[in-house]
Design a protein around this ligand. Structure first.
Ligand code: NAD
Ligand code: USQ
Length: 387
């Protein structure tokens, strides 16, 4: 298949592009490198050094003989998006290209507006480009489990059968997300469902859980193929942060009681899920939703798992929670759709964590300890701080 990976320079987009290429698909990637720009803005860097996209692609070609075409541009610029879709003529477009950190979106008004404009406008341009150029194209879009929030009922895969006053209907599952970033994904989901219903597009919305891990079968072939590893309090995800903290002898930064539970997924399963979604497209007019996570763990359980696996001493520090989120709640998620397509999940194991400890140890001299403490507070706007 011809598959275009948007956000192909990012943490997940790059390993996914490699995996799809390795599977024999004809792959192109697109990016505007804004993720590297956020590092400059925040004074952070990936723990693992990463090469330029051009070096990554040429390394892949040298090693495997496979080519990956590169498009450099911004999805919010419609001309770029249209020209790229016309030029590459994809059968599937995998869309990772959004601002993806909840804390970044909560810094202040400017960052919230940027996040929602970047994410919602980029996706809207893409929906129009697909509808006008080739409505057969299957859009595979990264959403997030956080769109649902933590409702007191089971979380279904995107849709809910509702009975009200003796009548029933199949409705989009109600959403109650926890940041302006997560809200941008809800807005995208609604726009996509509308485009499927009105124009007959085909789309798969992948409500992915928190990703952990840094290596895939393809990225380990050469250091120059490595993907980024974020550990700072803005872009680092919880398990990856705890691994780096354990290695440095820094207390694990559990926010609040740590009772908050999240769906999580190994990066090796992320790339496989995308492959499965592309190779088994949604029908024309179908807005298909999968919950892309493999297990649920509380933050306290994640901390305990990391502490148990680490050979040295690990301490846990329960910080005042900088976020506004429930710390004790019901959490039960249906996530059978991708398994039915053939996913065999890698569950969190000591082996994986040990290999992550090795990655963190190898690059521990690159860690900036100032990046560990959370500085973005969800309540900031209410404290009278000028925004
Ligand atoms: P990332 O920031 O590392 O990668 C996103 C890439 O998209 C970056 O390279 C960035 O430069 C690019 N990009 C952003 N806006 C763009 C635009 N307007 N035009 C062109 N390129 C643009 O993020 P990631 O961790 O790889 O996440 C990828 C996707 O998966 C995101 O949509 C995110 O919401 C979703 N997701 C991530 C996780 C996770 O734990 N990392 C979990 C669930 C869902
Ligand atoms: N947390 C801690 N300590 C930390 C970091 C996080 O206790 O040092 C807690 C947070 O309070 C939160 C949970 O861990 O309850 C997850 O936080 P996170 O930063 O790992 O993940 P989150 O902000 O939800 O965002 C990440 C990705 C995002 C993706 C989302 C999937 O950055 O792109 O959409 O995971 S989900 O959470 O399922 O919505």
């Amino acid at each position: 298949m011809r598959i275009l990976v948007l956000g192909g320079d990012g943490y997940l987009g790059w390993p996914t592009a490699l995996h799809l290429s390795q599977c024999g698909h004809d792959v192109a990637v697109a990016d505007n490198f804004v993720r590297r720009q956020y590092d400059f803005e925040l004074g952070m860097d990936s723990l693992v050094p990463i090469e330029s996209l051009q070096t990554r692609v040429s390394t892949w070609q040298d090693l495997t003989g496979k080519t990956i075409k590169v498009y450099v541009g911004d999805l919010t610029e419609a001309d770029f998006t249209y020209e790229m879709i016309r030029d590459f003529g994809p059968e599937a477009v995998v869309h990772f290209a959004e601002q993806r950190a909840a804390p970044y979106s909560m810094i202040d008004r400017k960052h919230a507006v940027y996040t929602q404009v970047n994410n919602v406008v980029g996706t809207l341009n893409l929906l129009y480009a697909i509808a006008e150029i080739d409505p057969e194209i299957h859009l595979v879009k990264l959403g997030t489990m956080g769109e649902y929030g933590t409702p007191n009922i089971d979380i279904e895969e995107g849709w809910l059968e509702v009975e009200h006053n003796g009548r029933t209907d199949r409705m989009l599952y109600p959403k109650r997300p926890g940041s302006f970033y997560h809200l941008s994904k809800v807005h995208d989901s609604h726009n996509m469902e509308f485009a499927c219903r009105i124009w007959g597009l085909r789309a798969t919305d992948l409500n992915q859980g928190v990703v952990y891990g840094q290596q895939t079968a393809e990225t380990v072939l050469d250091d120059r193929l490595a993907t980024r590893f974020d550990y700072d309090a803005v872009f680092g995800t919880v398990l990856n942060r705890f691994v780096v903290q354990a290695v440095l002898g820094h207390p694990l930064t559990v926010y609040g009681t740590g009772g908050q539970t999240r769906g999580i997924i190994d990066i090796r399963d992320t790339v496989r899920c995308i492959q499965l979604a592309c190779e088994n497209p949604a029908e024309r007019g179908e807005f298909r939703v999968f919950n892309q996570m493999t297990e649920s763990l509380s933050v306290a359980d994640i901390a305990a798992t990391v502490a148990k696996s680490y050979p040295g001493e690990v301490t846990v520090h329960n910080l005042d929670n900088p976020r506004v989120e429930k710390e004790e709640h019901y959490y039960k998620v249906v996530h059978s759709g991708l398994v039915e397509l053939g996913l065999e999940p890698h569950l969190l194991s000591d082996t994986l964590i040990t290999s992550l400890f090795d990655v963190a140890k190898r690059y521990s001299d690159r860690v900036d300890l100032n990046a560990m403490q959370p500085r973005v507070n969800w309540r900031g706007a209410l404290d009278g701080v000028t925004r």
